[in-house]
Write a protein that binds this ligand. Sequence first.
Ligand code: FAD
Ligand code: 2HG
Ligand code: ZN
Length: 474
Amino acid sequence: MNHFLNEARALLGDAHVLTPTQADLSAYVTDWRGKFTGTPLAVLRPADTAQVAAAVKLCAAHGLAIVPQGGNTGMCGGATPDGSGRQVVLSLTRLNRVRAVDPLNNTMTVEAGCVLQTLQELAAEHDRLFPLSLGAEGSCQIGGNIATNAGGVQVLRYGNTRDLVLGLEVVLADGQVLNLLRALRKDNTGYDLKHLFIGAEGTLGIITAAVLKLFPAPHASAVAFAALKTPQQALQLLGLMRGALGDRFTAFELMSDASVAMVRQHFPGTPALFADAHPWQVLMQATDPGAGDGAQAALDASFQAALEQALEQGVIDDVVIATSVAQAEELWAVRENISEAQQHDGANIKHDIAVPVSSVAAFIAEVQPLLHAAYAGVRPIVYGHLGDGNLHFNVSRPVGWSTPDWQAETDRVNAIVLDVVARYQGSFSAEHGMGQLKNHEMALYKTPLEINVMRRVKQALDPQGLMNPGKLLP
Ligand code: FAD
Ligand code: 2HG
Ligand code: ZN
């Protein structure tokens, strides 16, 4: 292995080849949830596409597997190496250049290591919106977002990451650079290869750059938090708000009272929004690109009229409408902090599921009693992107249980939740991907033929099996 390390150092410079004996690798070897830890042979930190390509060729020549890593915020251990000491973590962090911004074409061409939030800010500087938005946006990277086809809180209006990518640059498993960096809205010239790499979690190639779509910047915005009795009422509210606001309606997030309570427990500054307790709450947002007071007033008027109608019809019991940007941020923080709050509470058994939007209420009504019957005192923390039919049905340990005892129940809890998902023809991983956490579920919930076709794609693009092995496929 000394050969490999010496060649890697010659290629990337000593400072960018980190080994466990010489450097603190803790930031690279454990996932955000602390569920997986590995021991890599080395962490490589190439500076550009040419260095990524050369590093991949070098790994292939030595038969070493590569684990691509972006911001390391993934939920399924996809960016964590195994314990063999023979895998190489390839960090994309230094590929953080903006190659072009074309406001007229509404595109930007950026490298994989750009942090999502910096891209949102870049778009805003050009009076544009890059709509991908999620709680980890201050540290996740666009390459990781594309590799996981991340969802987030604006999918209702703008789609998943897949819908925001026009072109890609990918280093293939043999080190060749596949240039698909076209900034075109129309291009029917054969198989659309970029989509193979989007959501592939680094198992087919390494994304080094992308052409991303931009949208008109929202100049007017309205945010509200509503209290209601049931998820069914939340669905009614969704229909009502969409009917009133159309495409201006951009986010609709559901959360149970227990989810909000957990945030208030672990983030003590969180405001109490309602005088009374309400079993379910919803955060919503509408935006409009129109500038000036007129656009804001018109948006406010439609937003408030729709909420008043919801109150009159008994769809919602109470509502807080943000009156300032600061208050809107405060309302968003309640929602965005749920994941971290639950992390502080101890390990939970996560289910990132999707069912048809119209079935979400029935799904919750079916699963909750099954869990309570199986585990007295169990604490389901249910929240998520209701507008997309995507729930985070994360089950915290029953009162009085230890974390290890609860983790030992994972397969049984998964079966309770995911068998119901399957009956609704739903997804057992809506936005977080498979990584090394969910890949064995594929064998349970996908047909052998679907898995077989995936394997054929994998074999065609990575015949040596060196691209993130042990991830995604069962
Ligand atoms: P990493 O974790 O580094 O990697 C993720 C996967 O992509 C791994 O398999 C890795 O090998 C691969 N990969 C990374 N970079 C590349 C590359 N350049 N080329 C090829 N493969 C690559 N996710 C959502 O979908 N919606 C949410 O709302 C959401 N909210 C979150 C909130 C919090 C607080 C946290 C911690 C996470 C959240 N996530 C969410 C999960 C996570 O942020 C996303 O999956 C994100 O897209 C991962 O980006 P990353 O750069 O951290 O990727
Ligand atoms: C969110 O929507 C993220 O907050 C994280 O997707 C969900 O922690 C989770 O399960
Ligand atoms: Zn989510």
